[in-house]
Each structure stands twice: as C-alpha cells, then as structure tokens.
Design a protein around this ligand. Structure first.
Ligand code: AMP
Ligand code: GLY
Length: 423
C-alpha cells in the first residue's frame, strides 16, 4: 500500500521509520518531510496546512492511508477534507481534535465528566481575568486557549507577573487568536508523565509511558522548548498509577468525547501530573508527542499500519498492543540559542555512523539538503535515540551516540533521564 505522512519533524521521522517496517507498505510519501525522512520516503514540497494540495496529491497518487502527525492540520480539519474526498486518513476529525485545539473546551469536558485535573476558570474578557487575579492565590498558571506552538502556558509567581501575562496573551495577542480566550488554572506540583494512546472512538489502548524535558537548560532551567529529550518507560508510572488512570482518566475521556458527539479516532496524548492527591491531567494532545514518539515507537512491537487501520475501522479491541521489555532515551541535538535565536545552515557530519547499528536511531527534526550535504535547518536539529536493557544503559548509549554527530553550534542537555536515578 501507499502511505502519505503529513509533517516535517522528528516525530514524523519516527512515524516514517515505523511505517517503513510494515510488510504492507510499498511506498511512503511525506509532505513536506525533511532530509532524514527523505531516506525512507519521497518528500513532496507541500506544506502541512496546504489542504487542497495535500488532498489533490493523495488522490493523484491513489494514497491508501494518510497519517497526519501535526496538531495544526488536525485542529484545522485536514482529516475531514481527506475523508470528504473519499480517502482514508489516520487522526481525529476537526470536532474531536478540539481536545487539543481548545484548552477551555478540554477543561470544561474534564469538569463535566469528573476527570481529575487542576481547578480552573475560563475567561473571554481581559477585565474579568484581571479582576479574578486580584483574589487569587499564587503561583498560578495562565493558558492561551488555542494552539501556540507549546508556548502559550505561563506559570506566574505573583500578581504583577500574572497581570503582565493576561496583557500579553489577551491584549497584545502574543500568541495570536489562540489568546482570544484564557484559562487560569491552579498550579500543580509533581512529576510529569506522557502517556500516548491509540483510540478508535470507543476503545483505548495506551502505549508505554514516557517523560519529556521541556526546559532548554540542565536542571530544568531556562525557557520552555518543544522538548529537549525523553525517556521511556517512566519508572514513576507504576502499575497503581496506570490502574487509576485507566479507570478515571483514559476510558472516561474516550467515553466523554463519544457522549459529546465527537468520537475520537487517532492518538490521544495524556500529559499527566502525578500529584500528592493522585494523577491529574495537565493537557491533552491529539497526536503523538515530539520527542515522545522517538522513544515510544521504536519500542512498539506491533505493525503500526495494522494498529492505525484498526483505529479507523473501530476494531482496536482486537489488537494486542505490545512493547519491548527494555528502555529508550532520546537526546535532542539543538542549535545553540534555541528556542530564541540561532543560526542555521551548518553542515552535519557523522550521520553515517548510525547505519546498520541496531537499537540506535538518528531522527531528523530541523535538517535540510544542501547539495551533497545535510545541514542544520531549525532549532531542534536531530533526536538521538538509543535503546538499552534498562534506562541507565539506554541513557549511556544515547549520550555515546550524540558524540558521533558534529555540527557548529551543537547544543544538548546533559541531564536527560537523570531523574531515573531517583526512582
Ligand atoms: P501544557 O502545554 O499544558 O503541557 O503546559 C506546558 C507545561 O507547563 C507543562 O508541561 C507543565 O510543565 C507546565 N504546566 C501546565 N499546567 C500546569 C499546572 N496547572 N501546574 C503546574 N505546571 C503546569
Ligand atoms: N513533547 C510535548 C509535545 O509533543 O507536546
């Protein structure tokens, strides 16, 4: 069969690597893809938001399955457009992708269906938000309602800071229309865990757990980024935590979406906080995490195409989802200066070292071709993933593999997975 993947990051590279392993797949296309994906797929210069072109391409090439990896096109309704053209597509429709597309929607859903999450209020007008702040306890959390490249969340320590935040989000529109509504939320403390799951509208099957490192600097300092590294599984995600979440969070979310007339088919990514009072939902995403996918997918034993088709056809119950009994760590190689300002266009060397090495992966995020060379083309450049028998071995392997690669201004965190020493 012919598969089209929509997206261009490390996540889409990890998806492409899984798709390439499927015995059912003859040809992979990616729109727009990147230099690494180009080794597995034919990349076509169509942007992820160019819906007409994507639909036209999928029709012309008689694509059997389109997998949409990114949040923006999902929230914008790309799945609906593909389906309207009679094409098969993996991902939630627009009315279900709202689970990620509107934080106010997801908070109201959790409240209505008793799914544990931080206490909150939604605001449509800045003056109401500012009045609320005067009586609030700090720290608290401000969240722009819509998609904001993972940057629309501000943790405010004081009234002053929070007022500035409301102004930035709702008046100055720092995150554009994402800030038309605002969620003000209770600050929670605990360990964060990401749990990704396959969903077919009624059945949910969760994948192995992972943990992201969102801040740019060691020791969780510096600015929030798209993610500087991940490990899987999380030792803090115990069988007891899993039991609780299956019962009180995962299945209830799927049932809530169905009850609202928004059946969810695709990936639900549960961002969880393990608080003293039990696990609570930080956020939902409607897609694989990036870089969570880079540690979760290499450990999945199933044929990804079979699982995705089961989601589309409502047969997920028949799938026995299985993961390897090992661990994986992904260290992101970024450009110095990310996420603020950085230079691009530096030649990357050492990529060939990954060839033929089992259990080592070099997922491309911001790379492009320049003649014979592959050069840096973004803030997050590569995701270096390695497996090991346990997390410690995986971490040692991943850091060793980061040494194989060189480019000017290469930057990485040195403490990805360090928390596992405390487990
Ligand atoms: P989100 O985009 O909702 O995942 O938020 C980004 C990051 O902000 C999360 O990964 C958390 O580290 C942090 N965060 C979000 N909401 C809260 C909260 N209610 N309490 C504490 N930290 C939060
Ligand atoms: N790693 C967090 C995300 O994909 O949103």
């Amino acid at each position: 069969m012919k598969v089209l993947i929509v997206g261009s990051g490390g996540r889409e590279h990890a998806i492409a690597a899984s798709v390439a392993k499927s015995s059912r797949v003859d040809k992979i296309y990616c729109a727009p893809g990147n230099a690494g994906i180009g080794q597995l797929a034919e990349c076509v210069p169509i942007g992820a938001m160019e819906f007409d072109k994507i639909v036209g391409f999928a029709k012309e090439k008689e694509i059997d399955l389109t997998i949409v990896g990114m949040d923006d096109p999902l929230v914008g309704g790309l799945i609906d457009e593909l389906e309207a053209a009679g094409l098969r597509a993996f991902g939630p429709r627009k009315n279900a992708a709202i689970l990620e597309g509107s934080k106010a929607f997801s908070k109201d859903l959790m409240k209505k269906y008793g799914i544990p999450t931080a206490a909150y209020e939604n605001f449509d007008h800045p003056q109401d938000a500012l009045a609320y702040l005067e009586k609030a306890d700090f720290p608290l959390v401000l969240k722009a309602d819509g998609l904001a490249l993972g940057k629309g969340v501000l943790i405010c320590q004081s009234l002053e800071e929070a007022k500035e935040g409301v102004k930035a989000i709702m008046l100055d529109k720092q995150f554009g229309t994402a800030g038309n509504r605002l969620v003000i939320e209770e600050f929670m403390q605990g360990r964060e865990v990401s749990v990704l799951s396959y969903v077919d509208g009624k059945t949910i099957k969760t994948m192995t757990s992972a943990q992201d490192h969102k801040r740019a600097g060691d020791g969780d300092t510096g600015l929030n980024t798209g993610g500087m590294g991940t490990f899987s599984p999380s030792p803090f995600y115990t069988p007891e935590v899993d039991d609780f979440c299956q019962k009180h969070i995962y299945q209830p979310t799927v049932e809530a979406m169905a009850a609202e007339g928004r059946p969810f088919q695709g990936i639900i990514f549960f961002g969880l906080m393990l608080t003293e009072k039990g696990p609570k939902v930080l956020e939902y995403n409607a897609r694989f995490g990036d870089p969570e996918a880079q540690v979760v997918l290499p450990r999945m034993k199933n044929d990804i195409i079979e699982v995705m088709e089961a989601c589309i056809d409502g047969r997920l119950e028949e799938i026995d989802l299985q993961f390897e009994d090992n661990a994986a760590v992904c260290v992101v190689l970024a450009s110095q200066g990310y996420p603020v300002q950085y230079e691009k266009g530096f030649v990357i060397s050492g990529l060939e070292q990954f060839e033929g090495k089992d259990g080592y992966y070099c997922f491309h995020a911001g790379t492009s071709r320049s003649g014979e060379d592959i050069v840096t083309n973004g803030g997050r450049v590569l995701g270096i993933t390695a497996k090991g028998r346990d997390l410690k071995e995986a971490r040692a392997n991943a850091y060793q593999a980061t040494e194989w690669i060189s480019f000017d201004n290469k930057y990485m965190r040195q403490d990805i997975g360090k928390a596992i020493d405390e487990a």
